[in-house]
Write a protein that binds this ligand. Structure first.
Ligand code: RB5
Length: 143
């Protein structure tokens, strides 16, 4: 994605610690981050956070990142919103391909699945990879 200056982010308690690391990483690259919660490791419900971030991505067009324990609950919840293409990634290849082919606008990560170093690489690759358009645009318009 070209010239990203802002990211919308959210997590539940299961993704809280990884979210904090991602926020620090993005801030170190001068990317502004709006955090939609949660704000501690106290138990909370991932669909509530996914809804808040998905609606903000729908309205603003700014990309989002959602973190839970596995990344799966967040991706299921976020993909219920029109125009949201949330991608659960556990490796850098899928992070790159989901930008190139799916124009992914929300990245989902699992704190209990993916270590911090790999998660930050996934974030970097997801952010820098451009959508290829063409036949892939026709396909995402069919979703
Ligand atoms: C919370 O325990 C856990 O279920 C949640 O973080 C997520 O992994 C759900 O998919």
């Amino acid at each position: 994605m070209a010239n990203i200056s802002k990211i919308l982010i959210g997590s539940d308690h299961g993704g809280y610690k990884l979210k904090i690391e991602i926020i620090k990483h993005l801030n170190s690259m001068n990317i502004e981050v709006k955090d939609f919660g949660c704000y501690s490791e106290e138990s909370c419900d991932y669909p509530v956070i996914a809804k808040a971030v998905a609606e903000a991505v729908q309205e603003s067009g700014i990309p989002g990142i959602l973190v839970c324990g596995t990344g799966i609950g967040m991706s299921i919840a976020a993909n219920r919103f029109n125009g949201i293409r949330a991608s659960h990634c556990t490796d850098t290849f899928t992070a790159r391909m989901t930008r190139m082919h799916n124009d992914s606008n929300i990245l989902c990560l699992g704190e209990r699945i993916t270590g911090i170093g790999l998660a930050l690489d996934i974030v970097d690759i997801w952010l820098k990879t451009e959508f290829e358009g063409g036949k892939h645009l026709k396909r995402i318009n069919m979703l």
